[in-house]
Design a protein around this ligand. Structure first.
Ligand SMILES: *Cc1c(COP(=O)(O)O)cnc(C)c1O
Length: 423
């Protein structure tokens, strides 16, 4: 991967014609270390958030050597870039072939399920293995999350007892419960509440579990969506774990996706046309901007200009803009608002930040676009949950309140964090 000190250096040296994904391995490393130091259990990275080889390698190099995988290609990816690491196949619906390949070719022993049918499938496809860790995925309340992940998966309360019992009987090894509180969870106590729900299910079924997997959902910082400090999430999980009816040796796992990678990538796009308050960019909803289009997240932006061999970051009075992507589909529209200097013009470069999770991972080749190269940069991300950011995030005037919170987040833990909770 080619390396530039900053995105501005890339603009100065290359004036790239196509969108460029900017990778910040240091941000992945910092997030990985934070989870190792603060989460009192095992950390599995949810590969789907960003399956880039540099992410897998950086995580493994920084101590995150367990991976939550959902498909055979993800298993092959992890085997290739983090050989010897531990994988958990956490998709509740798997093909028999994928289960067999995971078990026999890649040493995977942990499998999730939320139905009796899937349990039977797992047992058959592993040849009746007796060394399986079987994880029963429970449906939990997703109140407080930006994205629910319980609509599709998870055993409901009335089904859970029989399934927990069946899974317990099916393995000589470990059995556990897992859930997902929903992605970008803005409420730390959602974890504690979900753990209480899981505990009731265990008690009702009359089984002992060996693993409690609290899933993902740990948030990142976006304009207008500034979560409490990450430490409040692990505190909530600690409290929830202490209250659960589990035995002394029960393991605690988590599966963060977004939180480990969100800060670590942005995309550098070029302005192809300006029409009023609309900027036509060379990347869009079929590229890295799925969430900007479909959930209308107003990601943070910066503007660069390369004029007469003189490249600079453009400052100046800001105005709200919306973006169109390069495809001919009218869905390729990102309403923002994205606050940029009002004299933004064709040929300028817009860096869109905080796209490391579910951004670069969503890229398609629709209409001949989406072919972004990746380069490494070592400047700070636009915002950070882990104290990395220069807090240069640009926000609309009405969310200045949030801007103050971003700044506060990048300070060391302390009084500021406590105060914020009262709001
Ligand atoms: C998507 C997913 C995750 C990661 O979720 P984040 O919100 O990105 O942390 C973890 N576990 C499972 C089973 C998932 O499907």
């Amino acid at each position: 991967m080619h390396k530039y000190h900053t995105p501005l250096d890339l603009v100065r040296e290359r004036s790239p014609e196509r969108p460029v994904a900017l990778a910040r391995p240091d941000a992945v490393a910092a997030a990985a270390r934070w989870f190792q130091d603060n989460f009192k259990g095992d950390v599995f990275y949810a590969v789907k958030a960003n399956p880039s080889p540099w992410v897998i390698e950086t995580l493994a190099a920084n101590g995150v050597t367990s991976f939550d995988v959902a498909s055979a290609p993800e298993i092959e990816l992890v085997s290739a870039y983090a050989p010897g690491s531990r994988m958990a196949f956490m998709h509740p619906v798997k093909s028999r072939k994928a289960i067999s390949a995971a078990y026999f070719d890649h040493g995977v022993r942990t499998f999730a399920l939320d139905t009796h049918e899937e349990l039977a499938k797992i047992l058959e496809a592993t040849g009746g293995a007796d060394d399986l860790a079987l994880m029963v995925r429970l449906a939990v309340s997703a109140h407080g999350a930006a994205y629910s992940l319980s609509g599709k998966f998870g055993a409901e309360t009335h089904e859970a007892s029989a399934l927990l019992l069946a899974a317990r009987r099916a393995t000589q090894d470990r059995m556990g419960v897992s859930f997902h509180v929903g992605s970008q969870c803005m409420r730390p106590t959602a974890f504690q509440a979900a753990m209480a729900q899981a505990s009731r299910a265990i008690v009702r079924a009359g089984v002992m579990v060996d693993v409690v997997d609290v899933g993902g959902g740990f948030p990142s910082v976006y304009p207008g969506m500034v979560p409490p400090q990450m430490s409040e999430y692990v505190d909530s999980i600690q409290r929830g774990f202490a209250d659960m009816m589990v035995h002394e040796d029960t393991e605690l796992w988590c599966e963060p996706g977004r939180a480990l990678v969100a800060e670590a990538s942005s995309i550098l796009t070029k302005v192809e046309l300006k029409k009023g308050d609309a900027l036509y960019l060379n990347d869009g909803s079929y590229g890295s901007l799925f969430d900007a289009a479909h959930t209308k997240w107003p990601f943070p932006v910066k503007l660069f200009r390369n004029e007469d061999g003189d490249a600079s970051e453009v400052e100046g009075p800001l105005k709200p803009f919306r973006f169109y992507g390069p495809t001919c589909d009218s869905l390729d529209h990102m309403p923002g608002p994205f606050w940029l200097p009002e004299d933004v013009r064709e040929g300028d470069y817009v860096e869109i930040g905080m796209l490391g999770a579910y951004g670069v991972a969503m890229n398609t080749r629709f209409n001949g676009f989406g072919d972004a190269e990746t380069v490494a940069v070592d400047d700070a991300p636009m915002a950070s949950m882990f104290g990395l950011a220069a807090a240069s995030i640009r926000l609309p005037r009405e969310s200045q309140e949030d801007e103050r919170k971003v700044v506060r987040l990048s300070r060391p833990k302390g009084a500021a964090g406590k105060k914020r909770r009262k709001r």
